[in-house]
Design a protein around this ligand. Structure first.
Ligand SMILES: Cc1cc2nc3c(=O)[nH]c(=O)nc-3n(C[C@H](O)[C@H](O)[C@H](O)COP(=O)(O)O)c2cc1C
Ligand code: SF4
Ligand code: SF4
Length: 270
């Protein structure tokens, strides 16, 4: 049975989950989730979709991906929504979206990993992060088992108190995401290395006078702020004092590979 995993990531958590799944599933191919403008024909019998929860819902890239998928009707889907403890109704949203395309999600899991949402703070103490990594590894094993045995069950979801208000908030904020980059700024530590420009999966950064400038088609993945080696990118006022984060087993080259797969890495600095 041919299995393909499609992953989208800002700071490597989702990529790490996908890699762990590949180990458990034995034979599966890993692809970065492309930003599709035309249909994508996927021949696999089983497709896994692994992505971060953004503002209590699906990132735009995931929605676009599903909307452009061309699949065999019998294809088996599973999904992992990687989050920092509040998956809300993201997997229900995915399930509904897929049903409008006559695709069926057999399994949908939440995995909690350290938060990369730096406007609200750092990733938390190292011991807590390590506990989350261990728990995630156990959950990946259970997910792989369910996938391999062809199970179907209800998708993971947050409690109602979370889903109702936050799904509403998601709907209200979704269309504003591309312009949320207006809060990025760069401090004196910037040395013009262009890593932010290269790592952005959306081609949303240009270099002007050796400094990054944001183009308002942002996906809020936060790769730029989290991977800047000088910690020179800030978002609003508070990030100056917050610790940066990326998954410890994911390296910059992996992120550059993702950006290149999107074609963003081929853009030239202006
Ligand atoms: C814009 C943005 C919004 C986020 N919203 C949520 C959220 O609603 N609930 C949650 O639990 N985590 C949220 N997070 C945290 C990420 O889902 C979490 O850190 C995830 O592990 C990041 O995965 P990645 O490294 O693959 O990008 C958000 C992160 C970003 C960047
Ligand atoms: S990654 Fe950081 S140091 Fe390098 S150009 Fe971007 S902001 Fe400047
Ligand atoms: S500008 Fe930064 S936050 Fe926005 S899509 Fe690019 S890397 Fe992600």
């Amino acid at each position: 049975m041919k299995t393909e995993l499609y992953v989208y990531t800002g700071t490597g958590n989702s990529l790490w989950v996908a890699r762990q799944l590949i180990v458990e599933l034995k034979e599966a191919a890993l692809e970065f989730m492309p930003y599709l403008s035309g249909d994508l024909e996927v021949e696999a019998d089983r497709v896994g979709i692994i992505f971060p929860v953004h503002i209590w819902g699906l990132p735009a890239r995931v929605i676009r991906f599903i909307n452009h998928l061309k699949m065999k009707p019998e294809t088996n889907f599973f999904a992992v929504a990687v989050n920092a403890g509040q998956p809300a109704a993201t997997l229900l949203q995915l399930q509904k979206l897929m049903s409008t395309r006559k695709l069926s999600l057999s399994l949908g899991y939440s995995i909690v990993l350290p938060s990369n949402y730096i406007p609200w703070g750092g990733p938390g103490p190292v011991e807590t992060q390590q506990r989350l990594f261990r728990n995630a590894q156990d959950k990946v094993k259970a997910i792989a088992q369910a996938v391999l045995t062809g199970e179907r069950k209800k998708v993971d979801r947050g409690p109602l108190w979370q889903n109702i208000p936050f799904s509403w908030f998601y709907k209200m904020s979704f269309r504003h995401v591309p312009k949320m980059d207006k809060k990025f700024w760069v401090d004196d530590k910037c040395n013009g290395c262009e890593i932010c420009f290269k790592v952005c999966p959306a081609g949303n950064i240009e270099m002007k006078n050796e400094k990054p400038s944001w183009l308002h088609r942002c996906e809020q993945c936060l790769a730029c702020i989290q991977w800047c080696p000088q910690e020179a990118i800030q978002y609003g006022k508070k990030t100056v004092k917050y610790q940066r984060y990326h998954h410890p087993e994911v390296i910059l080259q992996n992120m550059l590979d993702q950006a290149n797969a999107f074609g963003a890495g081929n853009l030239k600095p202006r």
